[in-house]
Design a protein around this ligand. Structure first.
Ligand code: FES
Length: 478
């Protein structure tokens, strides 16, 4: 496939900006305004971005949202730049530095005065949880700053082309991408200060947050924080699972639906949860062949409605199947799968090779809690919520004073739940920093009721149990 950029899509329209060129290891690379370095390079055919530290095996990108470091390169002499979240600029010089980059010998800002600013509320993360926290706190009268690594707020919503389920008030029937745009617009109208392309580096224990934007450092002296940093995609153990061409389903979705670039020609999807099924359908929409979807469990994990759509398109879904190997010299040229029995043992004689150039892993998410750990929030392993999550009160306050949590960082659940938790955390933090008032109390009640509704019934049993495990009394949180 020579042209990887999508120009014709049944749902999405890619308004590419000005065309320009930058330099990659002496070669001129075409990019469009707004494209990341990794996307432009991938569109040009590059698949090997960096190397592993010990064995120096090639690495392709994986998450495409700045959470895994598979795409780090040197940009204008500065090493360790995550190219999947750094926009390409005209004439910039990019090169691979392998596993052991040299000291850059450039001015990294030591000794320079760092700008410091006092603000009331910092929201970290611009997905549904962060945006709803920002909207709620701003509506109640707080001064809110939202920091997000992406170019546009909306988080994972901005790559969701499917319509959401749920209740009418929670945007059922609306495409995720539209929900994200609407929330971002509302936040802007309410005067939320949105800081895009801004990385939050860490927390200092006198309530200061350090951020980096375009190589410049700033410190924010904050009244309180809602952390809504989202999730990290899970990996899977199999031979050659580090080959370029083994990508996270979310990474593929970002590349395809946000950047308008197809990952390859033929995909093997591993995992039949909603993410695996939805991304398979989106691959088909973008003109990419999906060889099959495999699932280790004996039943399909996602909603039947999503499964039926891809089956109707002729994609087989093989349950009780697992992947054992990525085939190829040093990148994916195929995959070996086999059937498993009820004890997860190989069923002899069922091993077979699938032709594909991409293996897409949709095997779950785990909460991104790195900032919370650094800020000393007490954590608990809660399998029902996807991994380690912070202990929190009913109001989403963590054990570190002034820090609240919402969304996937608090436990893996639906986007609607993330938005409701954001609403609750935003209102509760506003309440902590201001006088008590009826409207704040009403919004908190409304959010709690919404969460209860979302977690009731047999489908809500798992998250309900998880949330119960990590919810603690006010006194525990100090
Ligand atoms: S950090 Fe760039 S691909 Fe994960």
């Amino acid at each position: 496939m020579s042209e990887k950029r999508i120009f014709d899509h049944p749902v999405l329209k890619f308004d590419r900006g000005q065309e320009f060129y930058f330099e990659f290891e002496g070669k001129k690379i075409k990019a469009y305004e707004g494209e990341t370095i990794a996307s432009a390079l991938y569109a040009d055919g590059l698949t090997k971005f960096t190397e592993s530290k010990i064995l120096e095996r090639p690495r392709g990108f994986f998450c495409a949202i700045g959470k895994c470091s598979s795409c780090i390169m040197s940009v204008n002499g500065r090493p360790h730049v995550r190219t999947c979240v750094t926009q390409a600029e005209e004439n910039m010089k990019v090169e691979r530095h392998g596993a052991r980059p040299k000291f850059p010998g450039i001015d990294v800002g030591r000794g320079k005065e760092i700008k410091e600013k006092e603000i009331e509320i910092a929201i970290i993360g611009g997905g549904p949880a962060g945006l709803m926290a920002a909207i709620t706190a701003a509506k109640l009268g707080s001064e809110v700053h939202l920091f997000d690594e992406g170019s546009n707020p909306g988080g994972q919503l901005i790559k969701q082309t499917h319509q959401f389920f749920g209740s009418h008030e929670e945007d059922a029937g609306t495409r995720g991408i539209v929900i994200g745009e609407n929330l971002a617009e509302e936040a802007q109208k309410l005067g939320v200060n949105i800081h895009p392309k801004t990385k939050v580096l860490g927390y200092y224990f006198d309530r200061k947050v350090a951020v980096e934007r375009k190589g410049r450092f700033e410190i924010y002296d904050v009244g309180g924080i809602v952390y809504a940093g989202g999730a990290i995609e899970n990996y899977l153990a199999f031979e050659n699972n580090d080959f370029p061409g083994v990508y996270g389903a979310g990474g593929v979705q970002t590349l395809m639906n946000e950047e308008g670039i197809v990952p390859g020609e033929k995909v093997l999807m591993v995992g039949s949860g909603n993410v695996g099924l939805i991304v398979s359908y989106q691959l088909l929409q973008a003109g990419v062949d999906v060889a099959e979807v495999i699932e280790a469990l004996p039943t399909i994990g996602g909603y039947q409605v999503h499964a039926s759509k891809i089956r109707r398109a002729g994609v087989p879904i093989q349950t009780s199947h697992t992947i054992v190997k990525a085939v190829g010299e040093d990148e994916v040229e195929g995959a070996v799968v086999h059937q498993v029995d009820e004890d997860w043992k190989k069923v002899e004689g069922t091993e077979r090779k699938i032709d594909c150039d991409i293996i897409c892993l949709a095997v779950g998410l785990r909460p991104d809690t790195s900032f919370l750990r650094q800020a000393d929030c007490e954590m608990e392993y809660v399998a029902e919520l996807g991994g380690f999550v912070p202990l929190r009160t009913e109001d989403m306050r963590t054990t570190t004073k002034g820090i609240y949590v919402a969304g996937d960082s608090a436990g893996i659940e639906e986007a609607t739940v993330a938005a409701l938790e954001g609403k609750l955390a935003g209102a509760a933090l506003h309440e902590e920093l201001n006088e008590e008032d009826e409207e704040t109390k009403r919004l908190k009640r409304e959010a709690k009721k919404g969460l209860e509704q979302m977690r009731k019934g047999p489908y809500g049993k798992v998250p309900r149990l998880g949330v119960k495990t990590c919810t603690v009394d006010e006194e525990v949180c100090g």
